[in-house]
Write a protein that binds this ligand. Structure first.
Ligand code: ZN
Length: 231
């Protein structure tokens, strides 16, 4: 505990913490955009031919049948329609179908999102981890975030997660500006969660998460989660 107290008094650690909180805010901020986009894709598949008239799957093919060509017509067709929106053909073979429940695709949007999740993770939801969210955005063609914007956000997240737990004030500002640029894209800024995140990040730029936490319970919760995750 003593080392945490010493770290908290360090300005560079406080800056790093601000970026970590900024990343957490961004993750929540883009959730409406991801949910809305995935939901409209799900509706598109569910309510049009050829999936609209298919019966329910009774055996959960993705979990019970390794040979993809032996899946029932419903799972087979849903997979085909979902994969039309997969940006990279070469990742299809890495998808861990066993970790996904294909019989739930027609009923559960969140089960469909897992097809676009990173290969290493299908259990952590996109609204809890920016890396998972970025993979969904990157892998699904329904999202139109330009690659440089995507890359910048990914780098900010990776530097914060894997680098030293300190940042200069310039690094903090550059990171928060990069996250804000992402959130200010019209398709994100027009959502409720996007607007809220932009306002919080602007506050974070002019002060610190440690100061904001004294009056903002959601920042306080994020701080506790971040400290719990790293110490
Ligand atoms: Zn099936």
């Amino acid at each position: 505990m003593e080392s945490i107290q010493r770290l908290v008094r360090s300005q560079t650690f406080s800056n790093w913490l601000d970026v970590a909180i900024g990343i957490s805010i961004t993750t929540t901020g883009i959730s409406d955009y991801i949910k809305g986009t995935i939901r409209s894709l799900h509706d598109e598949i569910k309510y049009t031919e050829p999936c609209v008239r298919l019966p329910n799957c009774s055996s959960d093919c993705s979990k019970t049948e390794q040979n993809l060509s032996k899946w029932c017509p419903t799972c087979m067709e849903w997979k085909k329609q979902i994969m039309k929106h997969n940006r990279y053909n070469n990742r299809a073979r890495n998808i861990k179908w066993k970790r996904i429940s294909s019989k739930e695709w027609p009923h559960d949007v969140n089960e469909m999102v897992k097809v676009f999740a990173p290969d290493w993770e299908t259990m952590i939801p996109y609204n809890e981890d920016l890396s998972v969210a970025l993979h969904v955005i990157h892998n699904c063609k329904k999202f139109n975030i330009p690659i440089p914007v995507y890359n910048r956000v990914r780098d900010i997240r990776n530097t914060n997660a894997h680098g030293e737990r300190r940042a200069s004030i310039t690094e903090k500002n550059q990171a928060l500006n990069g996250l804000l640029k992402f959130l200010k894209r019209p398709e994100i800024a027009s959502t409720k969660s996007g607007k809220k995140a932009i306002s919080k990040l602007n506050k974070l730029k002019s002060t610190s998460a440690l100061k904001l936490a004294t009056t903002d319970v959601s920042i306080k919760r994020r701080l506790v989660q971040t400290v719990f995750l790293w110490f």
